[in-house]
Design a protein around this ligand. Sequence first.
Ligand SMILES: *[C@@H]1O[C@H](CO)[C@@H](O)[C@H](O)[C@H]1NC(C)=O
Ligand SMILES: *[C@@H]1O[C@H](CO)[C@@H](O)[C@H](O)[C@H]1NC(C)=O
Ligand SMILES: *[C@@H]1O[C@H](CO)[C@@H](O)[C@H](O)[C@H]1NC(C)=O
Ligand SMILES: *[C@@H]1O[C@H](CO)[C@@H](O)[C@H](O)[C@H]1NC(C)=O
Length: 914
Amino acid sequence: MDPKAPLKAQIPAPRVRRTRSHYLAVLALVFATNFVVFSSFFQPQQLTALPLHADTTLARCRALDVKPAPAPSFNLRNESDRFQPGTRAVLVKNATIWTGRVDGLEILKGDIFMDGGIVVRTGVVEESLLASREHDVVDARGAWVTPGIIDVHSHLGVGSAPALEGANDGNSLKGLVLPWLRALDALNTHDDGFALSVAGGVTTTLILPGSADAMGGQGFVIKLRPTKERSSSALLLEPPFGLNGSDVDYNVPPRWRHMKCENPAGMYHGTRMDTVWSVRKAYDDARKIKIVQDQYCAKAQAGQWSGLGEFPSDLALEALVDVLRGKVKVQTHCYEAVDIDAFVRMSNEFQFPVATFHHAHESYLVPEVLKRAYGKPPASAIFASFARYKRESYRHSEFAPRILADNGLKVIMKSDHSAIVSRYLMHEAQMAHYRGLSANLALASVTSTPAEVVGLDHRIGFVKPGYDADLVLWDSHPLALGATPVQVFIDGIPQLSNAHVSKKPASQQHAPKTPNFDQERMAAIKYEGLPPLEAATRTAGAVLFRNAPGNVLVDGGAVVWTGPDAALAPAAAAGAHTHTPALVSAGSLMGLQEIAMEESTTDGGVFDPLSMEFPTILGEHILMRAVDGLQFGTRDALLAYRDGVASAITAPAGHGVFQGLSVSFSLGARHKLEKGAVLQDVAAVHISISPQFASSVSTQIATLRRLLLGSPKTEKEFGFKQAGDGSIPLVINVNSADIIASLLVLKREVEAQRGVTLKMTLVGGAEAHLLAPELAAANVGVILMPSRSFPYTWEHRRILAGPPLTAQGPAAWLAAHNVTVGLGPQGINGDASMSTWAVRNLRFDMAWVALDSGGSISKEAALAMVSSNVEELLGVRSAGANAEFAVTRGGDLFSLDAKVIAMVSSKRGVVDLF
Ligand SMILES: *[C@@H]1O[C@H](CO)[C@@H](O)[C@H](O)[C@H]1NC(C)=O
Ligand SMILES: *[C@@H]1O[C@H](CO)[C@@H](O)[C@H](O)[C@H]1NC(C)=O
Ligand SMILES: *[C@@H]1O[C@H](CO)[C@@H](O)[C@H](O)[C@H]1NC(C)=O
Ligand SMILES: *[C@@H]1O[C@H](CO)[C@@H](O)[C@H](O)[C@H]1NC(C)=O
């Protein structure tokens, strides 16, 4: 079907597509209308005037502008349409219930009774009701319960995990405007992500096509529990009618549909002008069909059937016509002010409301534009801190959730799974809360607000009698760092059979008292997303930090005095502070890029001699030095610095096996020539081994063997000679346990032949836990990256999921086996080029590892994983724990109550006060 075919021909005589199913449908109607003929027996005149399809057509005409809504009796139901027969009733006793009601401010202490797949009672459940129904009892012991999490932007099932060529169904590359495509047709129920999302408390998700096109197709709301039928269709929540084909029951109110529209600057769209035109053209085509339909129905309803023909419609554009009829939630991927403005103009031109701007990195800068969208202002579905990966997200602000809320606009935190793994969507709400969004709105941003925006707030997003029994029972306050579900109910069915959760400190049972970021937030607006990030004050002079376990006097960036009585100090300052050794980041491309997807802002990738022609001018030097390409003052570096990360160890970006020689440098330095800017110009040799490269894994390992065994030719190669004689570490990006095993064998072989001890470190390590004792015996450490694993690819598929699915996560497991562990930033798909934004969150990653471990990893041990262990594993000479430290107010670096107010560096001889 050519969407661009002129539709003029349809006015006034609509083109009628006669397909086989059309004739079948007509046949069916012939049988149906026999009855009409019979019952109309005594009115022969009217009978002759009516075509056979008159009844259906009139029903269709009546239904044209009926808006989606639940049936009037919906809330009187005592059983869900999704009820699975045999599901036992459950009483959750003694819970602290965040209901989502009263703007998210209502908190009930009491019980919840679920039966028939719905919540029957909250608060006090009468004994007679309990006595009348057989039920199971879950004692919450005062723990928090929230509605199930709703993720409005996920590619679960359409971009499945582990990613395989055969299941890459997120996008079509067959056109620009593809409103007829349906994500449902590609929804793979075997995606490993389903169970992981549920383990994070996600119960309902809007599955959207990807963003390759200007209009990517229709999205569908699903529930994530496994079904008896095991089909994609069985996952659907209130599917729009008509999924079986063109069979629609016009007598039932329609249900919401979802249309994914795109960022005007997508990969395959041409320019913004091209994209906007392609979408306007499609809406104009749809508008013409709508007019013809309305004219047709006006005649039909007036009984003027003569010559009217069949109802005008077009299967390719019917969903867009439904957009114009207000039956579709338009879900638009739209980043920048320019794009939001264009889309809002389009919504007014064609008079359709926009449900949500997804990503919406700049919506906080243009609240008035959102407010003048047709109908009501769209919600913004955003990331807490994932940003600056492309130009459109460069002006992202971590304060956007609060700014949008201050403007009365709806805020939703979303995953774009697996960009952010949806299992950790509540963490996005935690981060939004940390940076200023109120607790009630932060919780609503992943529950009741998305429920409203997908048109399902009559049944999900709240804990309320009559609502779906989708609940999460948490081990701590859901906005406390590392909050983990103890149980997740979907349609009243418990989803976790043996939850592993450790006891959390009592402080985790309430929402954090988050710091004040008013000034930073105002600066974000004032500077249109690019506020200055350098320290307000940099001093080489004396600064006294009072009350930091004892008081600390710093001079020239070095501690010169500590003592219990601040009055005795040689200088004076105010406030209560805590200091924590500064963090060290590794594994990302920090310092080699500003905007990952803008080549001109990066160092670029190095040549890979195994997959491309290697320039002879480079001689045998295949290992480039990252120090030569370093950039200082990137926004990701400064943001990380402001969150306690003093330095980064970065290797060049590779296109294959070889990256090169890493550098250790200071994130707070302004340029390379400043004192202490480069801490160590060569740290380690970095390579990657992966089946995703052009050469085979066995070829890659054979090459490595040859280099390490030191043939006369490779002796000349500076880095490999040193790695081969054990004087600097050989750092290998690797995830598969099988490849790790081969590397351990190779290590033994080289050591036996050369009589040396190799220093080998692994980065990535998704499957490293499978070889924990062997790694410990070989003295090979692992920098887990990301620190919370996800089965992104085949090489990552055997993850150790961590609580509540396994007792320990990978960091705790490896540490328990005496493997030296470091933590890399969370990033995207464990991809070094997409993780610099996440370096600022290392303080929360370390805290999470400690919280998850149930006490087996102390705070000190967790801190070492993002400081001294990383240095040790990557061959960086440490200057001692107190050489650089972060000063915080409100708590220590682990806490969501705390804010970094200064960084102190004796290496650089300065104190930076923020
Ligand atoms: C709901 O009510 C109907 C009719 O009143 C009854 O037949 C059915 O058993 C009830 N279901 C439940 C789960 O109570
Ligand atoms: C609820 O649980 C808390 C924490 O275990 C306990 O102190 C309290 O007594 C319980 N309340 C009821 C009504 O059982
Ligand atoms: C599709 O057809 C089946 C069989 O008639 C029916 O049970 C189902 O409800 C239909 N689904 C939709 C979404 O119309
Ligand atoms: C780890 O090291 C400690 C201290 O050396 C030792 O007691 C313990 O048995 C080791 N654990 C394992 C699993 O090897």
